[in-house]
Design a protein around this ligand. Structure first.
Ligand SMILES: [Zn+2]
Length: 195
């Protein structure tokens, strides 16, 4: 990974192609049949896209749109759709993220919160860490009175392999500051459930 950091995307695509072709072959496929000829390149490009979050700095996204504002009520961005890849199986997990924070002199653009979710989800992840990273990024950058993140997701590595009930949803949450109070967490949970 390290020495690949500086490589041009095209060089990385070329290198990934070679490996994905080998993987197809090891899976017992005929890599020369028509439908598969361009598959290694397509997979290489898709995987680079799905992991593009490594090259982006979510802290910078928030810092670039940080505004001084006296508003001190809860700000909620709910139903942020995301798609990620579990780092154990490299299979998708996807769902919704809900974020709330209570400003302490600074707010950010609402779309920037969704961008933060987007960046962290475009990396190999586990749902628990992604939840924590989103929370920590907002806490570190905006220094709010509190931040809370709830993530609800379906994991293909469980569903496709029949490990769990087909429609089970995994929920994770993490919070800081004012959200240590049960009443504040309840207010947020009520607001994301109603409507
Ligand atoms: Zn998995």
């Amino acid at each position: 990974m390290q020495e690949l950091q500086g490589a041009l995307p095209q060089e990385r695509i070329e290198q990934l192609k070679v490996h994905y072709k080998e993987v197809l072959s090891l899976l017992g496929e005929d890599t020369e049949r028509e439908g598969l000829l361009k598959t290694p390149e397509r997979v290489a490009k898709a995987m680079l896209n799905l992991t593009k979050g490594y090259t982006m700095d979510p802290h910078e996204v928030l810092r670039s749109a940080k505004f001084q504002e006296e508003y001190s009520q809860m700000v909620i961005v709910k139903d942020i759709d995301f798609f990620s890849l579990c780092e154990h199986h490299m299979l998708p997990f996807y769902g919704k993220a809900h974020v709330a924070y209570i400003p302490n002199g600074y707010i950010t653009g609402l779309s920037k919160i969704a961008r933060v979710v987007d960046i962290f989800s475009h990396r190999l992840q586990v749902q628990e860490r992604m939840t924590l990273q989103i929370k920590q990024c907002i806490q570190d950058t905006l220094n709010p009175l509190g931040v809370m993140v709830v993530v609800e997701a379906r994991h293909m590595c469980m569903q496709m392999r029949g490990v769990e009930k087909q429609n089970s949803v995994t929920t994770t949450s993490d919070f800081t500051g004012a959200f240590n109070q049960a009443k504040t967490r309840e207010e947020f949970m009520n607001l994301i459930r109603n409507s």
